[in-house]
Design a protein around this ligand. Structure first.
Ligand code: PLP
Length: 489
């Protein structure tokens, strides 16, 4: 009964944690070094009682936890956890399913097929596209771009799966100036290197300029010589677009980018970690932002951001199922085929064994329904707009990603991100902005993160949690206003 006792202990601690979210400081009280000092010690020679281990762990790490599930957490782009998703993820741990194979976990395979279909539908992506559930958008990029690498090289007669990249025709990669750092990391992992990325200029708001993309593609095409390719005229090309720039929430003109890329025979991939979810919005303006997304060849997004499933969950979606599977499949002689020909999750992601993270995705989507998902996305955006309008009215504060609202009422931000800065002459603005960010977060009432936007310090407020209401947003704005007042004094 030790297991039951340890679980009961964990449940008690879990309840206490969840109950504390409403009032506890959002920031952690201890640094990593302080937690280490409390917890560290030699690897014990003798066993310990599991209940005592859990109690000691909770006691030591409690102060080092960040309340990322708090409705007052506005840092990075971090979703909360929907009740159904959290409970389903707990069961996934208790059931301890290895989701790799349909024969090993029929339940995980079946749920993954449903979750994949619902996600595609929610995002307005082709019903025939294949889906793989990864740890995050980072690995979703690796998955989708591996499929891209496979196909663009196959089109010039090169089998990258068999022959690798050594001696392969060069692959041209174009991506926006305001791309997320995980795009570069994925390209490095896939053997492309970051120096080879052709950076396409942005418009100052975080969007790729289609004219710049056209010019870059044309210029590069003009330098092509037949000797640079194997048995084909065109250089294999991948274009990487973005839906939801991490600072501004801006979305690239996806329809135009897809058309330009495809005119040059390119594979177009979309980094839509959170922005792709705008497709679920009830607002025509927000849905228009991601219009044309379905024309791309692959998409990477997150479950653990706007869908509010617990960490970790990313989603890779690929229009060309065959390329996706060929890039990821890891056949083993000892895998029993599923009699019903069910999907083996192992074939669609870089991982072999993995946890059944789609129980939480299924539970999130089922508990929200289409209406709830739309409301979640729209509520976050409207609260971000409300915060932006109030912040824009503070003396000395500039909201960097705002445009004037309809009929001169307040301001509008593209999605759920608010990017702001304290303005002051000289380098003083950077110092004040950093001081305000640090003061707000140190106060514990709200958590914001700093950033650098176009070479200058800024801070951002991301509304990504289902449980955040106007009260928490107003509190955050009040705290920012007070901190700006103090910093300027
Ligand atoms: C968060 C984010 C990523 C990285 O996602 P992870 O799930 O942390 O791997 C990539 N791109 C964009 C635009 C993001 O916002």
């Amino acid at each position: 009964m030790t297991l039951r006792a340890a679980l009961r202990g964990a449940t008690r601690h879990a309840d206490a944690w969840l109950a504390s979210l409403a009032h506890r400081p959002v920031r952690p009280g201890l640094s990593a070094a302080e937690v280490l000092a409390r917890l560290d010690g030699p690897f014990p020679a003798a066993p310990s009682d599991p209940v005592a281990v859990i109690d000691a762990l909770v006691e030591a790490v409690g102060g080092g936890l960040t309340a990322t599930g708090s409705p007052r957490f506005f840092g990075y782009v971090v979703g909360g956890t929907l009740p159904a998703a959290l409970a389903a993820d707990l069961l996934a741990v208790v059931w301890d399913q290895n989701a790799a194979l349909a024969s090993l976990s029929p339940a995980a395979s079946a749920v993954e097929q449903i979750a994949g279909r619902w996600v595609r539908q929610a995002l307005g992506l082709p019903a025939t596209a294949s889906v793989g559930f990864t740890t995050g958008t980072q690995m979703a990029h690796v998955t989708a771009l591996a499929a891209a690498r496979h196909r663009v090289l196959a089109e010039v007669g090169w089998d990258v799966g068999a022959d690798g990249l050594t001696g392969a025709p060069p692959v041209r990669v174009l991506a926006g100036a305001d791309r997320h750092t995980t795009v570069d990391a994925a390209l490095r992992l896939l053997g492309f290197g970051s120096r080879g990325i052709h950076t396409v200029a942005g418009d100052g708001r975080g969007r790729m300029c289609p004219d710049a993309l056209r010019a870059t593609l044309d210029t590069l095409a003009a330098t092509d010589t037949p000797t640079r390719t194997v048995g084909a005229r065109r250089v294999p090309t991948i274009v990487i677009a973005q839906a939801g720039e991490i600072n501004t929430g801006a979305v690239d003109p996806l329809g135009q980018i897809c058309a330009l890329g495809h005119a040059h025979g390119a594979w177009v991939h979309v980094d839509g970690a959170f922005g792709l979810w705008a497709a679920t919005s009830g607002s025509a303006r927000r849905r228009a932002l991601v219009e044309g997304a379905a024309d791309a060849d692959s998409w990477a997004t997150d479950g653990h951001k706007w869908l509010n499933v617990p960490y970790d969950c990313g989603i890779a979606i690929v229009a060309d199922r065959a390329a996706h599977r060929r890039a990821m499949v890891a056949p083993a002689d000892y895998f029993p085929p599923d009699p019903g020909g069910a999907l083996d999750p192992v074939d669609w992601t870089p991982e072999f064994s993995r946890r059944a993270r789609t129980f939480a995705v299924y539970a999130a989507l089922r508990s929200l329904g289409q209406d709830g998902l739309r409301d979640l996305v729209d509520r976050c955006c409207e609260l971000a707009g409300h915060a932006a309008s109030r912040l824009a009215g503070l003396p000395g504060v500039r909201v960097l990603n705002a445009t004037p609202g309809p009929a001169g009422h307040g301001v509008v931000v593209p999605l759920n991100q608010v990017l702001l800065r304290v303005e002051a002459p000289g380098g003083e603005g950077d110092r004040l902005t950093r001081a305000v960010t640090a003061a707000v977060t140190a106060g514990g009432d709200a958590y914001l993160t700093g950033t650098v936007w176009q070479g200058r310090a800024a801070m951002r407020l991301s509304v990504s949690n289902w449980s955040t209401t106007r009260a928490e947003v107003d509190l955050a704005v009040d705290v920012i206003a007070a901190a700006v007042g103090t910093a300027r004094r």
